[in-house]
Design a protein around this ligand. Structure first.
Ligand code: NAP
Ligand code: ZN
Ligand code: ZN
Length: 354
């Protein structure tokens, strides 16, 4: 084992601060990565604050990781020292259930080992949990390491590892493309990637936002139309219009307002994960054979496909770079929907020791 510096919360109400913790040594199938950048996902905040149930503490979040390979185990053939690589939300899974065999490790029957806040069977001591990317380095099984195109700005590519794949996967699964009218709800980290991807796929994109000050940005990002979702009249005018709506909202809101905007046989897919259950009116779904579904990140193979697509089309996130000690302030800004459109931590700003 070796010691690693990171930033952690010690409880659901504590701010994040520097700590030292232990990582496992690089095993035969492992890749050891020096972390250069890590994106700040709203899931980090939900988890650090135990909003989805009690978390393990200390909690080192971060699952939008970009860095360079510094060491590889003897059985690793896909990577060599110096490669630019990424790690997203998962670092392992059972590899043999139906979902794993289909390349959809995020739906593993045994649950994937999440990059942070997950029991860690690979750690040499009992009872350990995983620590994420707000840290100096990470050791990951090579199956869960992604290749990052060298032409992309590595800091702006970090959010592709979660916000990117989470919005790419449902667009691919529901075969969204040319001729479709797509709605994106919420212009945050996920929402702004959804707008970029839906535009790149040739759809007509309408952004729904609660923030009037994001109208111009929505258009700059490529949305053809922007609707202020708090304007009841404007919302009514959108009824029965959409083939596909992606809901990337992090907080409680009324999904029925959007279900009514789907045309017959339209799909609405939730990727946002508000902490409380929501209510759904049966009549809105039944009346036009609409469907409501959910989607979690994406499999490893499709994450690689998404990264390669981003390399070819030069797609990255719009980011605000922060230093590690600005993280608590950044969380407050995310909670106020005041981020354009992803914070990324420059890991060079981590202290040498905790
Ligand atoms: P984010 O950057 O904070 O964006 C969320 C956006 O939701 C905000 O920018 C805001 O957009 C809108 N919003 C916030 N509060 C709202 C409210 N009370 N009513 C209506 N709209 C509101 O968060 P994110 O990192 O994109 O993550 C979004 C959600 O997806 C989180 O719950 C996160 O945990 C979840 N997530 C899920 C997956 C998955 O695999 N399914 C993966 C990653 C993240 P406007 O200002 O435009 O209204
Ligand atoms: Zn995330
Ligand atoms: Zn599995």
């Amino acid at each position: 084992m070796f010691s690693c510096v990171g930033y952690a919360a010690s409880s659901a109400t504590a701010p994040l601060e520097a700590i030292t913790f232990e990582r496992r040594d690089c095993g035969p199938r492992d890749v050891q990565i020096d972390i250069a950048y890590c994106g700040v996902c709203h899931s980090d905040i939900h988890t650090v604050r135990s909003e989805w149930g009690p978390s393990f503490y200390p909690c080192v979040p971060g699952h939008e990781i970009i860095g360079r390979v510094v060491r590889t185990g003897g059985d690793v053939t896909r990577f060599i020292k110096g490669d630019l690589v990424g790690v997203g939300c998962m670092v392992n899974s059972c590899r043999h259930c139906h979902s794993c065999e289909a390349g959809l490790e995020q739906y593993c029957d045994a649950l994937p080992t999440w990059t942070y806040n997950s029991p860690d069977p690979a750690f040499p001591k009992e009872g350990a949990h995983t620590y994420g990317g707000y840290s100096r380095s990470i050791v990951v099984d090579d199956h869960f390491v992604l290749r990052v195109p060298e032409n992309l700005d590595p800091a702006a590519a970090a959010p592709l590892l979660c916000a990117g794949i989470t919005t790419w996967s449902p667009l691919a699964h529901w075969k969204v493309g040319k001729g479709h009218r797509v709605g994106v709800v919420g212009l945050g980290g996920l929402g702004h990637m959804a707008v970029k991807f839906a535009v790149a796929l040739g759809t007509e994109v309408t952004l729904f936002t609660t923030s009037p000050n994001k109208v111009e940005d929505g258009k700059r990002l490529g949305a053809h139309r922007v609707v202020i979702s708090r304007d009841a009249e404007a919302m009514q005018a959108e009824a029965n219009r959409f083939d596909f709506i992606l809901d990337a909202v992090s907080a409680e809101h009324d999904v029925n307002e959007y279900l009514g905007l789907l045309r017959q046989d339209g799909h609405m897919v939730l990727v946002g994960l508000p902490e409380k259950p929501m209510s759904v009116g049966a009549f809105t779904l039944v009346g036009k054979r609409r469907s409501l579904a959910g989607s979690a990140i994406g499999g490893i193979q499709e994450t690689q496909e998404m990264l390669d697509f981003c390399g070819q089309h030069n797609i990255t996130a719009d980011i605000e770079m922060i230093k590690m000690d600005q993280i608590n302030e950044a969380y407050e800004r995310v909670l106020r929907s005041d981020v354009k459109y992803r914070f990324v931590i420059d890991m060079a700003s981590l202290p040498e020791t905790a």
